[in-house]
Design a protein around this ligand. Sequence first.
Ligand code: ZN
Length: 313
Amino acid sequence: MHGVKGLHHITAIAGPAQENLDFYAGILGMRLVKKSVNQDDPGTYHLFYADAEGHPGTDLTFFPWAQMAPSRMGHGLATEVALEIPRGSLEYWTSRLEKYGVRVDSLETRFGDRTVPLADPHGLRLALVEPASAPHRRFTPWDGGPVLGERQIRGLFGAQLWERQQAATATFITDLLGFTQLGAARGWMRYGFKNYAGVIDVRDAPDARRGASGVGSVHHLAWRVDDEEHQLAVRARVEAAGLHPTPVIDRFWFQSVYFKEPGGVLFELATEGPGFAVDEDAAHLGETLVLPPWLEVARSRIEAVLPPLRPTA
Ligand code: ZN
């Protein structure tokens, strides 16, 4: 079976766009590689933060829906996003976060990895993880940001999921998406891949309410597939399992298929390419508002409703 190849990107819901940019680019030092709009709601930004080149697996993206209610923790939601930091950089990161007034929680060790949990300005739970060992990932440091290359966030490490009962999710991701169970500790089961970055830690939360997405929640987790052929093969398996994948949707920088896994968390299958440099010079990614070709006709109307964004660096 040809499973998915780790995380492609994670998308979450933020409050005001400027605060989101100031935190992820200004404090966490990620590169804003694409400033676009939500293709289903073009009056809202879609902001993409990643490494210098926007490699799949490095990319955390946001819809700033400031008018939306806060999210509610519960089952059927991804409840935390973990970012990988280089070995030996945890103290640097905790002191950098404290310097900017970001409250961090106590240091934890998860599956042997030193981890510092925190929340972003809009309540999204994050964790910075210093992995004892991790699959190789493609990463290009960005020399235009506030954090030295050797300290920069390497990309997406994974996510935590709360499920009402994880058994159906576990069977689905291992049998149909190619995940392997990597460990179990303190009520969490870890699933991931030997050769690709991107784990999910799942716990049963049978007594919790159904989670509700909103400001500060993960919107979806996107998993890498090579190309459209690979995507259609995985899509067919998802459909045969009785789930309801969307048709292939052209997101311009990649092709997407969405579906809810059995526990209710929204997943996406995203193709490797063509990538973020398809419509912008790689040296100037994220500097101007980029619209997919079919929204260019509405550019002036779209620009009129988007709040202006001040660069942070
Ligand atoms: Zn997506």
